[in-house]
Write a protein that binds this ligand. Structure first.
Ligand code: CTP
Ligand code: MG
Length: 237
């Protein structure tokens, strides 16, 4: 059963505020996207990776992944557009060279979608998501309980305290039976741009999404604070 991963890395990183798009910002000397893709390949559970990057960084991205089972393409204006374009490349409807790698021809059976912005995601978490899809779950997300109390607020005023016991913070990689994710993106059309994750589009199909335990190390680098935390974690390891 072949497994491919799609890595959206085409964002600008507005909240990080660095001189480069976020995926290309060095984290302890190694670009964030290189760390994220490295984790996928190190998991031993992923055969090939397709990375969506800003169009003006295509050549730079190709250089970063020479010799690895990685293809790059220009992403879109929203995260979902970047994932959609990468999926089209994977299934061959978007042209582009096929890899000569282990995945062979045709679409993979399993596809992961993994934010470039999660550079410290443990390979064991990646393997656990793939294992859950292989076990027959068509859509799988890593999830963590919330530590903070959660309140619904309107214009600065608290409206109510939400029962957090049933809430989960969801990470990536999210894993899918390829056909399920393809249908989810097909059904979503342009309205998919309002989704903040890929499993959300499977939910719109009315199909089940299951969780596996997430990992705090899979946190998303969003702000300069997060980047600093990631640097400190690498220093301490
Ligand atoms: N992403 C993408 N294409 C876009 C927007 C986002 O591939 N048009 C990717 C980002 O590169 C990132 C992931 O989606 O790996 C999660 O998005 P986010 O953390 O929001 O990154 P940015 O959009 O780059 O950051 P910001 O929202 O602060 O600008
Ligand atoms: Mg964003």
């Amino acid at each position: 059963m072949s497994v491919a991963a799609v890595v959206p890395a085409a964002g600008s990183g507005t909240r990080l505020g660095a001189a480069l798009p976020k995926a290309f910002v060095p984290l302890a000397g190694v670009p964030i996207v290189v760390r994220a893709v490295g984790g996928l390949l190190d998991s031993g559970a992923v055969d090939e990776v397709v990375v969506a990057v800003p169009g003006d960084l295509l050549d730079r991205a190709r250089e970063l992944f020479v010799g690895r089972p990685v293809r790059v393409l220009a992403g879109g204006g929203e995260r979902t557009a970047s994932v959609r374009l990468a999926l089209e490349l994977l299934c061959g409807s978007h042209g582009g060279e096929r890899p000569s790698g282990p995945a062979g021809d045709g679409p993979p059976e399993v596809v992961l979608v993994h934010d470039a912005a999660r550079p410290l995601t443990p390979p064991a978490l990646i393997a656990s998501v793939v294992a859950a899809v292989r076990a027959g779950h068509p859509a799988v997300v890593p999830a963590l309980p919330l530590a903070d109390t959660v309140k619904q607020v309107c214009e600065g005023a608290v409206e109510r305290t939400v029962d957090r016991s049933e809430l989960r913070a969801v990470q990536t990689p999210q894993g899918f039976a390829y056909e399920t994710l393809r249908r989810a993106y097909e059904k979503a059309g342009d309205s998919g741009d309002t989704a903040t994750d890929d499993a959300g589009l499977v939910e719109r199909l009315g199909e089940p999404v299951v969780t596996v335990p997430g990992d705090p190390a899979a946190f998303k680098v969003t702000t300069a604070w997060d980047l600093r935390i990631a640097e400190l974690l690498l220093e301490g390891s």
